[in-house]
Design a protein around this ligand. Sequence first.
Ligand code: BES
Ligand code: MN
Ligand code: MN
Length: 461
Amino acid sequence: MDEMKSLIDENKDRFLEELCEILRIPSVSADNAFDDDVRKCAERIAEFLKTAGADNVEVSETGGHPIVFGEKIVNETAPTILVYGHYDVQPADPIELWDSPAFEPVIKPTEIHPEGAIFARGACDDKGQMFMHVKAFELMMTTGDLPCNVKFMIEGEEEVGSANLQSWVQQNADKIKADVILISDTGIIANNCPSITTGLRGLSYLEVEVNGPNRDLHSGLYGGAVPNPINVLCDMIASLKDDNEHITIPGFYEDVDELSQAERDEMAKAPFSKEAFCKSIGIKDTLGETGYSTPERASIRPTLDVNGIWGGYIGEGAKTVIPAKAFAKISMRLVPNQDSDTITRLFQEHFESIAPPSVSVVVKPHHGGEAAVTPIDSPAYMAASKAMEDTFGIKPIPNRSGGSIPIVAMFEKELGIKTVLMGFGLDSDAIHSPNEHYGVFNYLKGIETIPLFYKYYAELK
Ligand code: BES
Ligand code: MN
Ligand code: MN
């Protein structure tokens, strides 16, 4: 594998430049204005796959944004890896908070990435991580040492809930048949503390609307006598949690998988500094559910958060007005065994029931998804662990993440295939935020680790 290392070194600049090329395409899936760019990005990735040596490469229609597929079957008896990733990205907003334009990648050092980081929307989530797989595949084709069959499935709607993926998977179940799914769309604890993600949270996302008077009113003439939708919405939202930051929706915790003390003790061994955590995001103290540590609150416990709230007058100066309507977007992160549809229904029923009779509320469910846990005793987990141990020089620790990748549970349900979450990002890489970046170290480390995963997986399987 020293050959691999020197190959990566020789090709390093090209690997970075090619990633930058992908990052320059603003493939924002949430906004129709970018539809052409989303497609252009899919087509460019398909070309890269072809050039690397993949067969049957196609940009496959879904009814929404297309899926890039490609494969290399080396040997019918060898195990097959299905690589999943996404080429769509979150909107760059708020763009004024970026130090350099979101779709003009630049490489510069940071405190955490002294060897440089690539700054661009999608650098870490997930173009940089997805592209590691394309480059690792290219290298294995170059050396003639591809020990597993591989199939690529790179989607363009992950950031908007993968609405068309399930039916595409059902229709293409044979084509994407594999022994394991390999995904790099998560992170490690730190560059000197590698980890493998063994759990993801589910999600229920809704929008609520509180309707009061039939028009905006003079707040002097009417104020004090009529429901103010914003005040009412704030009261309603505030009541969704008690003093212990416990969610008050009846039945909300009913199906929650509680971890055993042994599992919690194991989790607590992962290094965590509350002080560094607070400092890194500029908060004075943490806030969360009584009885759980910060890492637990952010991974194995369900949440309820307002993601956005609006209504009334927000322009300059003062306008004395009681607004007719108020709105909020609310997300609930769910844990294993909670069902997103059930939680969405419980929220809706509860929210309607706590509305005062003076207003009417509308609850609109958006997308959802289920939590997932991945085994730590499977050949695939052990292959990932050995591969990372080789390249980092430290054995990775299993770590449950708080983020969501709903397709992991969906793949298991539809295809009966388990996933390995071998990601290389850092929490500090600012995914979904301004100045998203991805360490050059992490990018190259991923390219180096992936072929070893193939090697060990072929051996262990
Ligand atoms: N890659 C992220 C999820 C992630 C990041 C998981 C880091 C673990 C560690 C993914 O692209 C994402 O942002 N997912 C969404 C959910 C989706 C349904 C919109 C999320 O978690 O908000
Ligand atoms: Mn992602
Ligand atoms: Mn994302």
